[in-house]
Design a binder for this molecule. Structure first.
Ligand code: B4P
Length: 193
């Protein structure tokens, strides 16, 4: 199996690139952001809890996020691998993912980190807000809070996998196709060796 983590700050293109990578490598795309938005849209108990947190640009508590992720993985056992998009976002989430994969004698293959400058991120998210209707994209202060949370709570995830020799950093600016080519090259050179 190939188990990829697509990592990077909010708006770095994780969702955009994951959609292209799943087609090329035939993997299951699991986006915790999308899973939360589905719960919010359907006004479930979990969705109601998550909405107020996401709208402020904070992280949903680990136990809620990990439980939701586990359900999704366990519901799809017969796949060739996963692309985890937006998960893990904290070190306890890394530990939970390692535990979950090891139950099936699996492990994370690679963490691909998209590097994008803050100014570009703010511009991308404000632009997306015009069509997405996402409250967390529409306000510059909330975007800046998301970036702060990323730096304090989420960057350690990249270091966690770096210590295991699994983090690869990729320039996330340029056209969507250029970024996709960079990611594909890194995946191919890991899978093929
Ligand atoms: P996510 O849904 O993961 O959202 P994201 O970080 O905003 O998006 P992404 O990086 O995927 O950006 P995209 O490709 O869309 O999380 C939302 C919230 O959910 C979090 O803030 C948190 O509250 C909660 N959450 C999710 N997972 C969690 C977890 N594990 N633990 C706790 N809480 C969690 O790209 C953004 C925009 O840029 C798009 O408009 C796109 O068109 C554009 N774009 C992409 N690539 C481009 C390029 N190369 N050039 C120009 N524009 C580009």
């Amino acid at each position: 199996m190939v188990n990829l983590i697509l990592f990077g700050p909010p708006g770095s293109g994780k969702g955009t690139q994951a959609a292209k990578l799943v087609e090329k490598y035939n993997l299951l795309h699991i986006s915790t952001g999308d899973l939360f938005r589905y719960e919010i849209k359907n006004k479930t108990e979990l969705g109601l809890k998550a909405k107020s947190i996401i709208d402020k640009g904070e992280l949903v508590p680990d136990e809620i996020t990990v439980g939701m992720l586990r359900n999704k993985v366990e519901a799809n056992p017969d796949v060739e691998g996963y692309i985890f998009d937006g998960f893990p976002r904290t070190v306890p989430q890394c530990e939970a993912l390692n535990q979950l994969l090891s139950e099936n004698s699996e492990e994370v293959t690679l963490l691909l980190e998209l590097e994008v400058e803050d100014e570009e991120i703010v511009n991308r998210l404000l632009l997306r807000a015009e069509t997405s209707g996402r409250a967390d994209d529409a306000n510059e202060d909330i975007i800046k809070n998301r970036l702060e949370v990323y730096k304090s709570e989420t960057i350690p995830v990249s270091d966690f996998y770096d210590k295991l020799g699994k983090t690869i950093r990729v320039h996330g600016q340029g056209s969507i196709d250029q970024v996709f080519e960079r990611l594909s090259n890194e995946i191919d050179s890991t899978i093929l060796c």
